[in-house]
Design a protein around this ligand. Structure first.
Ligand code: ATP
Ligand code: MG
Length: 384
């Protein structure tokens, strides 16, 4: 009886074992398939390498991001993509720029971890890499926007402060024009009369008085112009012509201070402007340049067309402007000159004039590196 039963039990056991084995294998295949599905559907690149440097897995996102298929990718190519990559150590989150198969550059954030077998020995590494190119671009744009916004807020605040100061200057100027302006005109008149008859030492002293009276009259005029700008007469103006005229008028002063003028005037289109007001801006800028070069230097005057505007650049090789002053030089009454030498109105008047021409004025300067003032005026447009 036993001799029949034992083989039957043995066959039964074998069948059970075979079935169990087959079932386990099916289960293993299913697991692997499922795992591959997960890997291939992941939106981030995931790949693994064994300790020999063989790429064991390379999901679809890895192919998509790098352009290399699973068949093409090798450890050498991988090292070019991720130069810091190692098969025996982990890398905590790191950013890198990779050059893809098509030559495009992408920013990746990746990290690697060691894979260990059941006994705990390292058998390779697994890497997870995310393409953050778009995110980086957006971050950069956001940074630029916020910087621009900050700059605009600062400019607007300055403009507001300036306009508040302007209102104050206006009130003071009107009062001054009456209280000081008229006596000054009389004083100037009588000094001129006396000068005609005076000789010798007396004439010398009278000349000094005359100069001082003229300086004071000019200050009052500046204040008045500033608070009540004259009516502008806009017409087609050739900027190069106005610059050349201004330089001609100022030539004696430029020669006296040993300033060499270098002109670099491109042929530029007309602008809509009040030519006398433009000349006033140029005089103010050139005057400042001369004051910044008491021992002589170079004055570069250039014009060009840029972004629908005529750009006028007036540069000097003078002392330059300290960083902390740059934001204040266009404010009324800001001056670093000795009392009686400057009112601090030249640049604020120039700013006002250029604003009325729908243009802009900016400065680039640093201590010891000279200063460059750039005036931009919209090109005259016949259709407008
Ligand atoms: N080219 C320049 N180089 C160096 N500093 C300059 C230059 N232009 C302007 N500045 C600085 O800006 C300040 C303000 O200039 P702004 O022309 O408004 O007034 P000012 O020259 O002092 O007096 P004024 O009313 O007589 O023109 C100057 O005192 C000087 O400190
Ligand atoms: Mg000045």
């Amino acid at each position: 009886m036993l001799e029949y039963i034992l083989p039957t039990i043995a066959i039964l056991l074998l069948v059970v074992v075979v079935y169990a084995y087959l079932d386990l294998r099916r289960l293993g295949e299913l697991d692997r398939e499922y795992l591959n599905l997960i890997l291939d559907n992941a939106t981030i690149a995931i790949f693994s390498i064994d300790s020999e440097g063989d790429i064991k897995s390379w999901n679809r996102a890895s192919e998509r991001v790098t352009g290399y298929s699973k068949e093409e990718i090798t450890f050498d190519k991988l090292k070019i993509l991720f130069p810091d990559f190692k098969i025996d150590s982990r890398i905590a989150s790191q950013e890198t720029r990779i050059k893809c198969k098509d030559g495009s550059l992408k920013t990746m954030q990746y990290s690697t971890d060691l894979m260990r077998d059941a006994g705990g020995s390292p058998i390779g590494v697994v890497c997870v890499a995310e393409d953050i190119t778009k995110r980086k671009k957006i971050e950069q744009q956001l940074k630029e926007y916020s910087e621009q916004l900050e700059k605009k807020v600062e400019e607007r605040t300055r403009a507001l402060i300036r306009s508040e100061k302007l209102a104050l200057v206006g009130q003071v100027a009107v009062a001054l024009a009456h209280e000081i302006g008229n006596p000054l005109t009389n004083a100037s008149l009588y000094t001129q009369l006396l000068l005609k008859k005076a000789r010798g030492e007396g004439r010398k002293k009278l000349s000094i008085i005359s100069e001082q009276v003229d300086a004071a009259t000019s200050t009052v005029k500046k204040l008045l112009d500033f608070s009540r700008p004259p009516e502008y007469e806009f017409r087609k103006v050739d900027v190069n012509r106005e610059l050349s005229r201004t330089l001609e008028i100022m030539q004696p002063q430029l020669s006296k201070t040993n300033v060499k003028v270098i002109k670099n005037l491109d042929s530029v289109p007309y602008v809509m402007a009040d030519h006398l007001q433009l000349q006033q801006v140029f005089v103010n800028l050139i005057n400042n340049a001369c004051h910044a070069m008491p021992d002589g230097g170079r004055l570069l005057v250039s014009t060009r067309v840029k972004n629908e505007h005529v750009e006028i650049e007036i540069s000097d090789t003078g002392e330059g402007i300290p960083k902390e002053h740059l934001g204040r030089i266009f404010d009324p009454f800001f001056t670093t000159k000795k009392a009686g030498k400057g009112t601090g109105l030249g640049l604020s008047i120039s700013h006002q004039i250029i604003e009325r021409h729908s243009g802009s004025i900016e400065v680039k300067s640093g201590v010891g590196g000279g200063s460059t003032f750039i005036v931009r005026l919209p090109i005259f447009n016949k259709e407008a």
